[in-house]
Design a protein around this ligand. Sequence first.
Ligand SMILES: Cc1cc2nc3c(=O)[nH]c(=O)nc-3n(C[C@H](O)[C@H](O)[C@H](O)COP(=O)(O)O)c2cc1C
Length: 389
Amino acid sequence: MLTLAGVAMSGAALARLEAAERRPSDTKPSQRSKPHQAGAAAVCLADFEPLAKERLSHFAYEYISSGAADELTIRWNREAFDQIRLRPKVLVDVEKIDTRVTLFGQEMPHPILLAPTARHRLSHPEGEVATARGASEAGATFVVASLSTRRLQDIAPAAKSPLWFQLYDLRKERREFVRGVVKEAEQFGCRAFIVTVDAPVDGARNRVQRVADQLPPGMETPYYQKASAAAGVVLPIMGSMGSFTWEAVEWLLSVTRLPVVLKGIMNPDDADEAVRTGAAGIIVSNHGGRCLDTLPASINALEPVVQKVAARVPVLVDGGIRRGTDVLKALALGAKAVLIGRPYLYGLAVNGAEGVTKVVNILREEFQVAMALTGRPDIRSIDRSVLWT
Ligand SMILES: Cc1cc2nc3c(=O)[nH]c(=O)nc-3n(C[C@H](O)[C@H](O)[C@H](O)COP(=O)(O)O)c2cc1C
């Protein structure tokens, strides 16, 4: 039977959540709800943000939640999902709901991955180690960012499901360093590389610019060369991630046999070029609205990319996915899987590994409910006809 196990909300839990949302600005740490209580109060992904805000430093909250410039793209990422209506089919046998998918030969229990995000130690002292533990508990593949604050030798043993690894700067002068990172990721069992191609320079992140002087120490990023261990801070928090071209993708393909997936593609012509260059997959993404403001919602960019790619490689999408119905809509528009960013960072801040697990489990359970209520018992049965046109 399909139930939202573990997320039923008692009256007391609801009261705690409301109290957290009403938190006065001068609340002292000792007055805050304990992590396990806070996690218990959350029944949907949106519930995690106010609980996380209560625990994160001002800098960390601004860093995670903010986007570029006027944050229009962040808003549009959500609004676009909200504007898509669903078309149910009734009297279908939905006794069993099967969410399994296979990506690059890797079977996954559901199509929800954790997007690469920088500096998890801002959210939790254990950083990416806790994320890996929480992700694998929920059967989610975690994409470790090159701006990880923990090393793979610590992250990999905590992960029961395979990791993927994200790369940023493939400029020629960085390649010896990147080659070492690639080898290390392979050695620790990573199954795919994601190259982020939409951030040759950082976006105009005004909210982060305003708090940049509050950058905490002790956030070294061992897989990103610009980290300044000597200064005890990560430099730059803003600045160039490195401008490289298709030639750099060819170079990466020449040094690894693992699938190389390009993340940050919005333009169907770029998607076509990616496939012709040898990319094994594409992630339609506007970087969660953090790079170029006024890019359209990634869900609106998905279908044209899917059409251009014409099933040559899998297409994934991220940006604004907060509900199981969003996952269903993304798959209906041709995505093979989705990634989430901020929600699991909030889960990590609220309750470490358990918080990450709970975020994924809630989203997966909502997705199962959405499949059942639209009469789509397995992934194959999800197509465009589930959308109200
Ligand atoms: C705090 C934070 C840090 C991020 N760091 C990276 C990164 O290092 N590399 C990258 O490719 N994307 C990064 N992203 C973008 C995510 O991979 C993803 O595209 C985005 O978060 C998805 O949108 P969502 O947060 O609305 O789910 C980051 C996002 C956030 C919120």
